[in-house]
Ligand binder design. Structure first.
Ligand SMILES: [Zn+2]
Length: 281
């Protein structure tokens, strides 16, 4: 690492024809160079600190934005379950009505059978007797058919009631979840609003120590960046914002902190890991 740095540095010297920066031995120049570096480094450190505070605010807002969605999901689920339960209950009462109808039909058939049987006592010939017998047979079959239907409807009611029970249990659980989620949401909103307010003050204070031009650039880049990142570290030889590779020479320039360098792909301001590591919030 140190070796490659040294070689790049000497390469830089010959290529850019600015030997005074690197090769000078004058104590005064050395101090001047150090002070440029320290000024830029200070600027970048201040700016990256601001970025970290603002990113924290962004994250809080995202989390807070997702919670109401979870509540909405639960409310939708509850509404769906209630609709399902109502539908099952309606089906059960329809089946109960059909059972009552079949029971009435059985009663009517039984009355008819009784009537035909008493008529059979007074028949004048075999033909009348047989004809009544046929009627009785028919009504008996009707009764059997109705009894079969009643059995089927009763079984259907049983299974529907089981489904209702399952849905009701699920509904209770979801309602409970919703209560918990709503309380959680209330707590988080209160908590994070307080935290956000503190961070906003911190952000404002941090903005005050950054010069206007740099701050303007920061805000402009941040507004255009999807993830709100305007200042990013170099990570694994790539821009921490768009992940495009950064050429070694450019990485070296970033590391030297002689000027503010932006990513040539996304325009974000790049900082060296040493700056990242130097900040503790
Ligand atoms: Zn980039």
């Amino acid at each position: 690492m140190a070796k490659s740095k040294a070689t790049s540095r000497s390469k830089n010297t010959t290529k850019t024809e600015e030997p005074e920066i690197v090769t000078t031995t004058s104590a005064m120049d050395k101090t001047a160079e150090d002070s440029i570096e320290s000024v830029v480094k200070k600027k970048l450190t201040g700016l990256y600190t601001l970025q970290l505070i603002d990113t924290h605010i962004d994250k809080i807002r995202i989390v807070r934005g997702e919670l109401p969605l979870e509540v909405q999901d639960l409310e939708d689920e509850i509404e769906g379950l209630e609709t399902r339960i109502n539908k099952f209950n309606q089906e059960v009462s329809d089946l109960e009505m059909e059972i009552t109808q079949k029971q009435n039909a059985i009663k009517e058939s039984q009355e008819l059978v009784k009537k035909y049987e008493s008529q059979q006592m007074n028949v004048r010939n075999n033909r009348e007797y047989d004809s009544l017998n046929k009627e009785i047979e028919y009504q008996t079959l009707e009764i059997q058919l109705s009894e079969k239907k009643i059995k089927e409807f009763t079984a259907a009611i049983e299974s529907k009631k089981q489904l209702v029970e399952i849905a009701v249990n699920e509904l209770d659980e979801r309602k409970n979840d919703l209560d918990i989620k709503k309380n959680e949401l209330k707590d988080i909103i209160e908590e994070t609003q307080k935290e956000e307010e503190q961070l906003r003050q911190k952000s404002k204070k941090q903005e005050e120590i950054i010069d206007d031009r740099l701050l303007g650039a920061y805000k402009r880049i941040r507004a255009n960046a999807r993830n709100g990142l305007a200042v990013v570290p170099v990570e694994r030889d790539a821009c921490g914002g768009c992940f495009n590779k950064i050429p070694p020479q450019r990485q070296l320039d970033i590391r030297l902190n002689k000027k503010i360098i932006v990513c040539e792909y996304c325009g974000r301001i790049l900082v060296d890991t040493s700056i990242v590591e130097s900040i503790s919030l």
